[in-house]
Design a protein. Structure first.
Length: 459
């Protein structure tokens, strides 16, 4: 584990560490300045606690003598000879040679300095008081500016720019702030929010585009039955007016118009189904994979049998050798070596397979194959995907449909390919349901030429 950088400290700890560091520096420099000024003042005035005492002595013969002594405050007055005599109470008049003592002046030692030295001495005294105050103020300003620069300026700038980008409805940008403090967490949370908004907008836009394409596909499919009904109506109008309409022709036209009307009814039901897909929510539940596969095999084998087809189910896996490849047709039943649990919405899975196998029942000749696989490692080693491939022995998908299916606008590929146009809407519904379950749906033709639909769900 690498050393923790100072800028990666939490904001509170960073601020306290910065204050303590600056306070220590201020105390150190203030002490050095005060000590230096005091030393310089002592150099200028080594006897600052003393005064010069000048005493004039007058003798009986009329002469006088002036003497000066350096007198320290608080010292014993007896240290000065004349003061000792005065202090002992000996009257001056009794001194034979001295008629009088007089103190001429008492001067502080500061007064003995030159003007320049006096100025330097005073300046040092002011600096001793002002320096700690100035350094304290400078320390406060430095802490504020440094804290803002290191902890707040860059993340606030990035967040402000990101907010502007979002306000401009631009979500395709990166927000990177490589710091492990609270502001770094805030930037990463903001980035996650932006990514979530981007994905939501992308899904919403995709859903809107998907709805437009589906509506266009339905409008395209509606043209044929409408054209048929319109053509028969015009035919009836012309023949009835000419008196050439026989009962047989009327019956045949009525039957064809009824078929076209039923196709319109199915398209209406499909549009209603598509409008309800947006309200469907995926509810993944923990289910037994063996029971799920057994149910799929039994249910769809029965449906295939009722339609004169045979459904062949096989199971394989590359995950902990839980499965062995087996032919699970309805007669042979299901036997797995080891059971597993997966998270899936079985209702959505059944609905998708109903649409796919329903198409296979209409276009296959005899056999339908359903291969079930449990795959791991895609997209990450810890994820699992349930993949189901449905194949038949029919003629396969038209080339144009496969070409459209390779286009990102996949729902547009699901246009009517059967005589009743039912296959296109069923595939469109299945594709949307797969996406809601974090899955995919793809079309291809098998090696033998039959249609092949592959669905994959994250479980």
């Amino acid at each position: 584990m690498g050393s923790l950088k100072l800028r990666d400290l939490p904001i509170q700890k960073f601020f306290i560490a910065l204050i303590l560091l600056v306070f220590s520096i201020v105390v150190l420099f203030s002490g050095l300045i005060v000590w230096g000024c005091a030393a310089f003042r002592h150099y200028l005035l080594p006897d600052s606690n003393s005064a010069y005492l000048t005493i004039q002595t007058t003798f009986t013969d009329g002469t006088s003598q002036r003497s000066s002594w350096l007198f320290s405050f608080g010292s014993d007055p007896k240290s000065i000879p004349q003061m000792e005599e005065l202090y002992d109470g000996i009257p001056v008049s009794q001194k034979a040679s001295v008629s009088e003592y007089s103190i001429e002046k008492l001067e502080n030692s500061y007064d003995m300095l030159t003007p320049k030295r006096q100025l330097a001495y005073t300046a040092c005294g002011i600096l001793m008081i002002a320096a700690p105050m100035f350094l304290s103020l400078a320390g406060i300003l430095f802490c504020s500016l440094y804290f803002y620069r290191k902890k707040l300026r860059l993340p606030l700038k990035l967040l402000s720019e990101a907010t502007g980008q979002i306000a401009a409805q631009n979500l395709d940008f990166d927000l990177e702030y490589d710091c492990r403090d609270e502001m770094g967490d805030l930037c990463r949370s903001f980035s996650q929010m932006k990514s979530a908004l981007y994905e939501n907008n992308k899904r919403l836009w995709s859903a809107l585009e998907e709805r437009k394409r589906l509506q266009a596909s339905v409008a395209h499919d509606l043209r044929n039955p409408i054209a048929i009904i319109q053509g028969y109506a015009e035919y009836l109008e012309d023949k009835a007016a000419a008196g050439e309409l026989t009962p047989e022709k009327s019956l045949r036209i009525a039957q064809n118009m009824n078929l076209a009307a039923k196709r319109l009814e199915r398209y209406t039901d499909s549009m209603h189904t598509l409008s309800q897909l947006e309200d469907i929510t995926v509810k993944k539940e923990k289910v037994s994979l063996s029971r799920l596969v057994e149910g799929l095999a039994a249910d769809f084998s029965l449906i295939a049998q009722n339609n004169g087809r045979i459904l062949h189910v096989s199971v394989s896996s590359d995950w902990t050798d839980a499965f062995t490849e087996k032919d699970l047709s309805m007669e042979k039943g299901l036997s797995l070596e080891k059971d597993l649990s997966i998270l899936a919405d079985t209702a959505i899975l059944y609905r998708v397979l109903e649409n796919i196998i329903g198409n296979s029942l209409r276009f296959s000749q005899k056999d339908i194959f359903m291969d079930i696989m449990l795959e791991t490692g895609s997209p990450s080693p810890s994820s699992r995907r349930l993949t189901i491939i449905v194949r038949d022995d029919g003629k396969g998908f038209p080339a144009q449909m496969l070409e459209n299916a390779s286009n990102p606008c996949l729902p547009h590929a699901f246009q009517a390919s059967g005589p009743d146009g039912h296959m296109g809407m069923g595939m469109a519904v299945s594709q949307i349901l797969c996406q809601k379950h974090d899955g995919t749906l793809s079309l291809s033709n098998g090696s033998s030429g039959g249609a092949q639909v592959k669905i994959s769900f994250q479980v």
